[in-house]
Design a protein around this ligand. Structure first.
Ligand SMILES: C[S@@+](CC[C@H](N)C(=O)[O-])C[C@H]1O[C@@H](n2cnc3c(N)ncnc32)[C@H](O)[C@@H]1O
Length: 254
């Protein structure tokens, strides 16, 4: 079978954060699939067809891209950030597992990208300098009770927590509930970073603490990093504060 599917991470927004491998893979494809807002970020190449879709149609989009590749085409499927983090690579693997046997024979490549938590962390200093975890706050694909259990376990074990998908129109209260949840285990002085639209128009970075985090607005383009008890804020005259988590940890967590 000569078809090929390449799943490409576009990075968080800025074209400078598109890797040379991703750039070459985009140029080599005959057809591009993706959520329309991400497809708009891919450079236009004459002769290349584009197949935009709604952001809630991940499984259908994965199946359509696989079916197109199975017809012998060289197809690319784009994702924001890294395609393996809360994104299309897992949807493609699930579609291959459930789909026709021919899809397992396709030439499949996953091209990594800069994920949002790295872009936010880099703007703030080094909040992910010690052990950390990443968690999606969306309860579309898992129950809220599981999210709370994971937040408690992560905060209780001393992990810095990168929170993807903190808020949407359909999920207005979850971020506040998440702050309440980790606030039962962490001091109110724990640093919290809000990074919005990093590398895009309207980029914002706000450094605050857990005791006031609930009053800060977030949206679908925001990633939140909740520090651990070790994470520090270093004030700088005339500059934004630095947030970092020291590489050593002195004590065991409850
Ligand atoms: C469905 S997840 C996709 C994550 C993506 N695959 C990645 O690796 O960054 C979307 C979430 O990523 C975060 N995000 C994506 N781009 C961002 C950016 N430029 N600045 C801040 N957060 C971003 C937000 O939390 C958003 O709700």
């Amino acid at each position: 079978m000569s078809g090929r599917l390449t799943v490409i991470g576009l990075g968080p927004g800025d074209a400078r954060w598109l890797t040379p491998e991703a750039h070459a893979a985009l140029a080599a494809a005959e057809a591009l699939y993706g959520y329309s807002a991400y497809l708009d970020r891919a450079p236009v190449r004459p002769g290349q067809s584009r197949h935009p879709s709604d952001n809630r149609e991940e499984q259908a989009r994965a199946a359509a891209a696989l079916a197109h590749a199975a017809n012998g085409a060289h197809v690319a499927l784009v994702s924001g950030g890294d395609p393996g983090i809360f994104a299309m690579a897992a949807a493609v693997c699930a579609a291959i597992e459930a789909g026709p046997p021919a899809w397992r024979e396709l030439d499949l490549a996953i091209v990594p990208g800069v994920t949002a938590m790295l872009a936010v962390a880099a703007r703030a200093g080094a909040p992910l300098g010690h052990d950390f975890c990443a968690l999606s706050l969306s309860d579309n694909l898992k129950p809220w009770e599981l999210i709370e259990r994971r937040l408690e376990a992560a905060a209780g074990a001393g992990f810095v927590i990168a929170i993807y998908n903190p808020v949407s129109r359909a999920r207005p209260w979850q971020l506040g509930a998440a702050f309440d949840c980790v606030g039962r285990l962490l001091p109110g002085s724990t640093p919290v970073i809000f990074g919005r639209a990093i590398g895009r128009d309207g980029e914002q970075v706000e450094v605050t603490t857990l005791s006031v985090a609930k009053s800060i607005a977030a949206d679908m383009a925001t990633l939140v990093i909740v520090g651990s008890a070790e994470t520090r804020i270093v004030a700088r005259r005339g500059q934004t504060p630095l947030v970092y988590t020291p590489r050593e940890a002195a004590r065991a967590h409850a």
